[in-house]
Ligand binder design. Structure first.
Ligand code: ZN
Length: 391
């Protein structure tokens, strides 16, 4: 990576130290000790335990003289019950530091736990931005997928157990002190996880490039992230052990995550969440399926079409298509889905047309829909879903 990119990230995250490089996870003990950790809660999931990463980080922390309690029950699309479970373990252990290790689910569970442990109440009390009044525990986030970019965000995405509503709970105090980006840790991802998380991260770059909240800072991250991941997604699919490409995907996902922190997301995420809630469609798959349709819908507004064109400028999309346009972007996303063997229509997932009304209403109520650059109604979402039935 080039120096200016590294500086860009650090300049805009004055409180987040970014540690990037092969084998950099070895620094976790020392970094945690510098931040005053004496008893750490390591939040992870069963897959990361099997991969051996949890034991390694545990040993590294203990070697630095830090006591460790492991919570390894983080679940995909973490719920309030999962967070409560984690909080109860953290309380019993009397911890003073949190390490989140894994995909977005582990990191979100770690952040969710931090909210409740330090500020009390329930997750829904923190739905929105800046609702925590008390200081929170310092934390280190270590992603093992190149996906959510949660390590660069102050948001925990937690679903309400009863309503399935995905709540984005954000507060600057929840931001990690350090994010360790070690490409070697992402080698253990199964191919399907590489595909789904990669598409999700690329979708983050695309959606953040045009949201209502976008600004100069977020645009820089969106563009850098898009370019890096577009060039390297095919490489990690073809050569899973290509560490350089893994590193670029990991850094790209972190950049896209940083863009989300500034600009939020859009309608592809709004449309995806009900598919995940009702039909268990994996997040990245659901977002990837909806994104080309959302790009075409948004591009009906010329200003937004220009935004997409600016995103693909100087990338392989522009050179392969010969045009700078939203349509070129939508088609490029479809090519990426095909190359990753991710279906582009609903038939593989048992999505029932009878449910269209419920899905569309829920999509329109998602918080992310309010940041979509074009006004979007339940009827519009129904139209987008119809397209995904037919693709
Ligand atoms: Zn996403």
């Amino acid at each position: 990576m080039s120096q200016p990119e590294q500086k860009l990230l650090l300049e805009n995250h004055p409180h987040l130290q970014l540690v990037f490089g092969d084998g950099s996870v070895a620094q976790v003990g020392e970094l945690a000790r510098e931040l005053g950790a004496t008893k750490a809660l390591l939040v992870t999931d069963p897959g990361i335990v099997v991969a051996g990463h949890s034991a390694r980080v545990n040993d590294l922390l203990e070697s630095a003289g830090i006591g460790v309690t492991v919570f390894d029950r983080s679940k995909e699309n973490p719920t309030t019950a999962c967070v409560d479970d984690c909080v109860s373990m953290a309380r019993d252990a009397g911890i003073d530091f949190i390490v989140g290790l894994g995909g977005g689910s582990s990191m979100d569970t770690a952040k969710g736990c931090n909210f409740i442990l330090t500020n009390g109440g329930e997750m829904k009390d923190y739905w929105g931005i800046g609702k925590a009044s008390e200081p929170m525990l310092p934390s280190i986030m270590i992603p093992t997928t190149a996906g959510t970019g949660s390590e660069c965000q102050s948001f925990a995405l937690i679903s309400d157990n009863a309503t399935h509503q995905k709540m984005a709970c954000g507060d600057p105090k929840a931001m990690a002190k350090v994010a360790i980006l070690d490409p070697e840790l992402t080698l253990s991802q199964p191919p399907r996880v590489t595909a789904c998380t990669g598409i999700d991260a690329i979708a983050h770059a695309v959606e953040t490039a045009v949201t209502r909240k976008r600004n100069e800072t977020s645009l820089k991250y969106s563009r850098a992230a898009f370019q890096m991941m577009l060039e390297n997604f095919g490489r990690v699919l073809e050569s899973p052990d290509d560490l350089e490409a893994r590193g670029q995907m990991l850094l790209g996902a972190a950049y896209a995550g940083t863009a989300i922190e500034h600009s939020m997301l859009g309608a592809a995420h709004s449309a995806a969440n009900p598919l995940t809630a009702h039909f268990d469609v994996i997040h990245g798959q659901a977002v990837g399926m909806m994104l080309p349709h959302v790009v075409r819908f948004n591009a009906a507004d010329e200003t937004i079409a220009d935004g997409y064109a600016a995103l693909v400028k100087d990338t392989a999309v522009a050179s392969s298509n010969g045009t700078l346009s939203a349509e070129a972007l939508a088609q490029a996303m479809e090519v990426l889905l095909d190359s990753a063997n991710l279906p582009r229509d609903f038939t593989a997932f048992g999505v029932d047309a009878v449910q269209l009304d419920v899905l569309s209403k829920e999509a329109a109520q998602q918080w992310t829909a309010s940041f979509n650059p074009r006004d979007i109604t339940a009827a519009d979402f129904a139209g987008l879903y119809q397209k995904a039935f037919a693709s």
